[in-house]
Design a protein. Sequence first.
Length: 81
Amino acid sequence: MLLPSPFCPLTAARIAGLQATVLLLLTLLIKARVQIKAASALGLFLLALQTLVFLAAAGALGLLALGGAALVLNRPRAAAA
């Protein structure tokens, strides 16, 4: 099969094909940009959620440690015999 020469005159079918190709490529480009923005927003949301969970867990462990230390320091001491 011979490829058509690129120097042959443009026909209406060829112009329509080129327009369809350009439209398809632009649509795919816009779709990719929307997907990138959505994935970026999802990533930022998950990062914020992970940070909040970490801070909550660290705060709970800190409160537990403080409570344990206060309990140990405030318990009654046994009399020395």
